[in-house]
Design a protein around this ligand. Structure first.
Ligand code: KIV
Ligand code: ZN
Length: 501
């Protein structure tokens, strides 16, 4: 292990997702987990499996969808939680259980009505129990920021003896000052006799706007893992921002701390999280805010025109901000096309990229420059071409004061079928018409529609998950027509059920 390597533990899908109104469905979580994997995070905290069937299912699906990062599941220091977490992690190639208990006076007294000795014992028992399932167990001492250092050191030593591989020191309430938090980490490095057997992790909240400063202070004083979220999302004032720590390490090379983060993925993933969680990024947010690289004053503009280093300490390209300057034309190669598809959130693993590239060249010969909508249209066409169950035509009617209806013509293995149906909207009507033809019990479990740009002429992407005979299937489509995209995503699922793709 390189002693200066900082491990990035992303908790956007667990601590970040606890924000009211920002909940993600499984499809969205898988999409984000894949983006986090491409970004180079070392550990993904995928959820708190015992908390809900949705969280349990997401940990399972994320474990299947990504292979590089360690997949982590949160528990309380409760055997049932640990059993459920271990079960949810069963498909993970590399897995970690994150268990722990509150160690501050107020948690011991008011939350548990207990004693320090009993809390320490419960922590030790939980770690031992989790080690029966996995080799990698992280222990969190909740509210460590307000826990007496001497007692904290005792707890940390005991859980490491019990088998903890990582010890997390959360400043749960965001109370600590940077010097104080750094001193706490230093104290543990100097007073815990077996500290060389575990990695110390920071986990800072931003209640007083000090999460990033506290995390940096922790890393400078010996912590080697940081727990972070994209855009700093999280309960109350949020968690430490991944992008801020990654760019501090990259900008201050003299610290000698290195990470595996591919910084060019920062801007795209920031936008994806903002869109999926319906949480705008504040314009002056460090690194990823809309104004982070905008120079408006005359003096600054003059300086930047003469030499950008006058007012810019980070090249926007380093966070992937200039992706649109890669103009796609007939001279663009496979790599540029894949890069743009990735940027648009399209999972290229599921596509025939050579076929799309050939179609792309044909279109690029006709058009000077291809837009994002053109690219997404090509992806949709390519999926349709490879399907045996196809939509030949579709007509839908909806409006104020009328009942939405749809009629559809489909071909299945070369045979033609037609049907018409009503629904509570044009999409529902079209899906009902398909159900009449298919006559099978295919349930839509999740359905997300995302715009790509902003205008009313926008292209939308539809991700869908369906259940058929206790198995789940995923479908995707894109179009400027919402009904067409939804229907094609459903047809994509049906083709997968039939094993045609
Ligand atoms: O803030 C916190 O203390 C936490 C723990 C559950 C790790 O999120
Ligand atoms: Zn937290």
């Amino acid at each position: 292990m390189d002693k200066n390597r900082i491990y990035f533990f992303d908790t956007t899908l667990r601590d970040g997702e606890q924000v009211p109104g920002c909940q993600l469905n499984t499809i969205e979580k898988i999409q984000l987990a894949r983006a986090l994997e491409s970004l180079g995070v070392d550990i993904i905290e995928a959820g708190f499996p015992v908390s809900s069937p949705g969280d349990f299912n997401s940990v399972i699906e994320i474990s299947k969808a990504v292979s590089e990062p360690v997949i982590c599941a949160l528990t309380r220091a409760v055997e049932k939680d640990i059993d459920v977490a271990a079960d949810a992690l069963r498909f993970a190639k590399r897995k970690r259980i994150h268990t722990g208990i509150g160690t501050s006076d107020s948690h011991i007294r008011y939350k548990f009505n207990s004693t320090p000795e009993e809390v320490l014992e419960r922590g030790v028992r939980a770690v031992r129990y989790a080690r029966k399932y996995v080799d990698d167990v992280e222990f969190y001492a909740e509210d460590a920021g307000r826990t007496d250092n001497e007692f904290l050191a005792k707890v940390v030593e005991a859980v490491i003896n019990a088998g903890a591989t990582v010890v997390n020191i959360p400043d749960t309430t965001g109370y600590c000052l940077p010097d104080e938090y750094g001193a706490k980490i230093k104290y543990l490095c100097e007073h815990v006799s077996n500290i060389d057997k575990a990695i110390i992790s920071t986990h800072c909240h931003n209640d007083l706007g000090m999460a990033t400063a506290n995390t940096m202070s922790g890393l400078i004083n010996g912590a080697r893992q940081c727990e972070v979220t994209i855009n700093g999302v999280g309960e109350r004032a949020g968690n430490t921002s991944l992008e801020e720590i990654a760019m501090i390490l990259q900008s201050h090379k003299n610290l000698g701390l290195v990470s595996g983060i591919n910084s060019k993925g920062i801007y795209p993933i920031s936008r994806t999280v903002s869109r999926l969680m319906n949480m705008p990024v504040q314009p002056n947010k460090a690194i990823v805010g809309k104004n982070a690289f905008a120079h408006s004053s005359g003096i600054h503009q003059d300086g930047v025109i003469k030499n950008v280093c006058t007012y810019e300490i980070i090249d926007p390209k380093d966070i992937g901000l200039d992706t649109n300057s890669i103009v796609l034309t007939a001279r663009s190669g496979h790599a540029a096309l894949k890069f743009r598809l990735d940027h648009l959130g399209v999972n290229i693993r599921d596509l025939d990229i050579d076929k799309i590239y050939n179609d792309f060249l044909l279109l690029a010969d006709k058009k000077k420059e291809l837009t994002d909508n053109d690219i997404l249209g090509l992806v949709g066409e390519s999926i349709k071409d490879s399907q045996t169950i196809k939509v030949n035509w579709l007509q839908s009617f909806s409006g104020i004061g009328m009942k939405p209806t749809a009629s559809i013509g489909m071909s299945i293995n070369g045979k033609e079928f037609e049907a018409a149906a009503m629904g509570n909207g044009p999409v529902d009507a079209a899906i009902n018409a398909i159900r009449q033809i298919m006559k099978e019990d295919i349930t839509i479990c999740e359905f997300t529609i995302q715009g790509v740009t902003k205008g009313s002429d926008d292209c939308c992407k539809v991700h869908m998950q369906v259940e058929f005979e206790n198995k789940y299937y995923y479908g995707y489509a894109a179009s400027t027509d919402i009904v067409e995209a939804s229907v094609n995503a459903y047809i994509d699922c049906i083709n997968k059920i039939k094993g045609i793709e």
